[in-house]
Design a protein. Sequence first.
Length: 103
Amino acid sequence: MISRNVYPQTRPGKWSIGLLLAVFLLLIIATTSPQSAPPFNVSTLFTNTWPAFVSMTALAAAMGAFFVGLYTIFRHHERATSVIFAVLLGGLVVLFVLLQLFI
């Protein structure tokens, strides 16, 4: 059952939320940069390195939020709603990456 706590109480839980916020911030920076191109376009990946670097950093931050959130839930028994939300969104990103790699 989901608790009524919204804010995490443990340090890894706070890291998970911080990484999730970093994902949103990095994606806003990547899409509003003047050199932005369509995502995952191989022909413009090396000509527009700044948006590609920021997008890949956002991807790594989302995966980090997922794994840190899982660690926090199972190891520290964190039940904050925000940590569960971070795990769900990070899990969707991990699922997307795995489907892109293997299908």
